[in-house]
Design a protein around this ligand. Structure first.
Ligand SMILES: *Cc1c(COP(=O)(O)O)cnc(C)c1O
Length: 417
């Protein structure tokens, strides 16, 4: 295979080296400095709107941003946090870091994101059962799709619970014209290698004001007190972004709009080219208020659709590193679990893989993950049923029009006549 088409590979603008070189020339090879400040300013300007000024702190990862947002909302041992179940583990793992319990809430069909009605009922039930309010609500912009933030904010206000928006996959997505991450108390962004833009690894937390920003910065720099020597009165973290990585971020900000336009263009192509393929549906925004960045494009396969090689779809276990975690192989217990994509979805993944195309199952809902077996979950069956029929297709800046046409031709080819 001469070329492989990946889901979403990092793509440099050509401006990154200038900022990195500057960091070396001025000897700012540390987790603070002009690039960190410049990157934060670029981000602040991007998320700002006239009626909604925010502050931004650059951090070492999106996971760190979730962690510090929870901490700032007062989450501690024994607390509960309402988390969208249909997500990547970084939305809920930091809840566990803090000794708190994630309470998972299932999705609605339209956006695949947290179901507001179920969230409302779940919070009422937690209060009744535990006598205490959950400490935060974490909706997630899955694959970039905006959540029903108007409803979620209403529910947050009704119970007096802060909302932490996990917009790690939804950088640049908008709801009703406003950038995700600027509605809730805090907004999480990620600049991991496969996200909308990258700093190689990194993230940011959108904060409501200067005071909140200062508090997050303090937590992110080991919670140092103002003395000539190291004085500590609270536990802190080493979570600041390095000035070298922030240089990459500044370069990437110069192509953010191009990346956003590209992902949306790729989505439009899939929508058009797959429109008439029976049994395959492209997931799209329910209405124009939901302005997704289409970080990844996703499809669902009808259960009755037959795919070539389907009989052998789960015949062999995974022996290679999966996804972005290059080199990490932790051999699991077997080939099947009690919740997995249908055989035709796995067959399609294998068929595309053999054609040099990376496709991937959807994220397996957290309430179906063994590690969260004891966490409460409010379930309506939606995320599990979508997980079984869905898959992600390449959408990143390196995916050309020709690639999309090739991918669609291979999808068509994989379907049994
Ligand atoms: C990527 C991601 C994160 C965390 O990002 P990292 O920068 O990889 O730590 C958080 N939540 C979701 C939903 C993500 O996809």
């Amino acid at each position: 295979m001469s070329k492989r088409i990946y889901l979403c590979l990092a793509h440099m603008s050509g401006n990154e080296m200038k900022y990195i070189q500057e960091a070396f020339d001025t000897n700012w090879v540390v987790p603070l400095g002009p690039n960190v400040n410049g990157f934060e300013e670029d981000l602040r300007r991007f998320v700002a709107s006239p009626q909604n000024d925010r502050e931004v702190v650059a951090l070492s990862s999106g996971t760190a941003a979730v962690h510090l947002a929870l901490l700032a909302c007062g989450v501690g041992p024994g607390d509960e946090v309402m988390v969208q179940s249909f997500t990547f583990c970084a939305s809920s793992h930091p809840v566990a870091y803090l000794g708190a319990t994630p309470v998972f809430v299932d999705s609605e069909e339209d956006t695949w994101n947290i179901d507001p009605d179920l969230l409302d009922k779940a919070i009422a039930d937690r209060i009744e059962k535990t006598g205490r309010k959950p400490k935060a609500i974490v909706p997630v912009a899955l694959y970039g799709m905006p959540y029903r933030i108007d409803r979620i904010m209403e529910i947050g206000a009704k119970y007096g619970i802060p909302v932490i928006e996990d917009a790690a996959e939804g950088f640049g997505s908008r709801y009703d014209g406003r950038v995700l991450g600027t509605f809730g108390e805090y907004g999480v962004l990620s600049f991991n290698g496969n996200k909308m833009i990258t700093t190689s690894g990194g993230g940011a937390l959108i904060c409501p004001d200067k005071e909140a920003k200062d508090k997050i910065m303090w937590y992110a720099t080991q919670a140092r007190e103002a003395y000539p020597y190291y004085q500590h009165e609270a536990i802190g973290y080493n979570y600041r972004l390095s000035n070298v990585c922030a240089g990459i971020g500044r370069g990437q900000m110069t192509v953010l709009e191009d990346h956003l336009a590209h992902h949306r263009h790729v989505q439009a192509m899939y929508e058009e080219l797959l429109a008439d393929v029976p049994g395959i549906k492209v997931h799209k925004a329910p209405d124009p208020r939901f302005d997704s960045n289409y970080w990844l494009c996703t499809i669902t396969l009808d259960e009755s659709l037959r795919i070539k090689g389907q009989e052998n779809a789960y015949a062999t276990g995974i022996k290679t590193a999966i996804g972005g975690a290059a080199g990490v192989i932790h051999v699991g217990g077997g080939i099947h679990t009690d919740c997995e994509p249908n055989a035709n979805v796995e067959a399609m993944r294998l068929y595309l893989d053999a054609a040099g195309i990376e496709a991937r199952p959807l994220w397996k809902p957290m309430h179906k993950q063994p590690v969260y077996a004891t966490s409460p979950a409010y379930v309506n069956g939606v995320s599990e049923s979508i997980f079984k029929v869905g898959m992600c297709l390449p959408a990143g800046p390196c995916v050309s029009d020709e690639d999309v046409r090739y991918i669609v031709s291979k999808i068509n080819e994989a379907v049994c006549a």
